[in-house]
Design a binder for this molecule. Structure first.
Ligand SMILES: NC(=O)c1ccc[n+]([C@@H]2O[C@H](COP(=O)([O-])OP(=O)(O)OC[C@H]3O[C@@H](n4cnc5c(N)ncnc54)[C@H](OP(=O)(O)O)[C@@H]3O)[C@@H](O)[C@H]2O)c1
Length: 231
């Protein structure tokens, strides 16, 4: 399958970047976002995708991103809500302001952007929305109040949208990766062969999108073969 029009948030590195590459390799058009302009330019130059400097927690930026996607590609067939970050602290020491900030990106930004894309998909009579949740949204863990709650929210929101949007042939899928060796959280240089790489997540998503439209993969947890966490 090729020729689809992708909008990918947080495509300047990590899982989002691997998705930009996978979609371009499959012959799809891609607009992607991020905030670091150097990284955006590097990925855009290498892949031929269109990079947009836009913060998903900003309603103005989201409106601009959707307008630019329509201008560049004529519409959006696949929305991938990937942009996200983590904040971890024990209850008793939690900075609730920081938790609110995290929700602005991981939850409210995702909802705001999708709110602006769904009318286009309904008009087209078809679309796919992929929300990147986490195994932290499947099982809570210590220090995870803010992050885990945001990813449980993404899973709950995905289920609501599945119910609302299936009659419009808009598939909604939530992906729950376990630990992936990106630069997430400031970690760099991880290269353990039995643990997940961003490309594993991208391949899974492309396979789910390639399924016959009558098939909806509602949620996909992805674990590494080797269960032990790296530092
Ligand atoms: N790595 C893991 O172990 C793991 C596991 C499960 C789930 N996830 C989820 O997978 C997603 C991607 O994670 P990753 O590991 O690829 O992280 P990453 O390497 O840190 O990349 C995050 C991407 O999101 C962008 N981003 C962050 N906040 C943004 C905002 N407000 N507006 C626009 N773009 C923003 C970043 O670009 P800029 O910084 O330039 O804005 C970057 O392109 C996240 O939702 C994360 O929670 C990751």
């Amino acid at each position: 399958m090729s020729g689809r029009r992708f909008l990918i948030t947080g495509g300047s590195q990590g899982i989002g970047e691997a998705l930009v590459e996978a979609a371009r390799d499959a012959g799809d058009e891609v607009v992607f976002t991020g905030r670091n302009e150097d990284l955006l330019a590097e990925v855009a130059d290498r892949t031929g995708a269109t990079g947009v400097a836009a913060d998903v927690s900003s309603a103005e930026d989201n409106a601009r991103t959707v307008a630019l996607s329509v201008e560049t590609m004529g519409g959006i067939d696949v929305l991938i809500n990937n942009a996200g970050w983590g904040y971890f602290a024990p209850i008793g020491e939690l900075d609730v302001g920081r938790m609110r900030e995290l929700f602005e990106t991981n939850v409210f930004g995702l909802v705001d952007l999708t709110n602006k894309v769904v009318p286009l998909m309904k008009d087209q009579g078809q679309g796919d929305i992929v929300n990147i949740a986490s195994t932290s949204g499947l099982k809570g863990h210590r220090n995870g109040t803010a992050y885990s709650a945001s990813k449980w929210a993404v899973r709950g929101i995905s289920q609501c949208w599945q119910d609302e949007l299936r009659p419009h042939d808009i598939r909604v899928l939530s992906i729950c990766p376990s630990q992936v060796q990106t630069n997430w959280g400031g970690k760099t240089g991880r290269d353990e062969p039995n643990k997940l790489f961003a490309s594993d997540i991208a391949e899974t998503i492309m396979a789910a999108l390639g399924a016959n439209r009558r098939a909806l993969w509602t949620e996909i947890p992805i674990f590494a073969t080797n269960p032990w966490q790296s530092e």
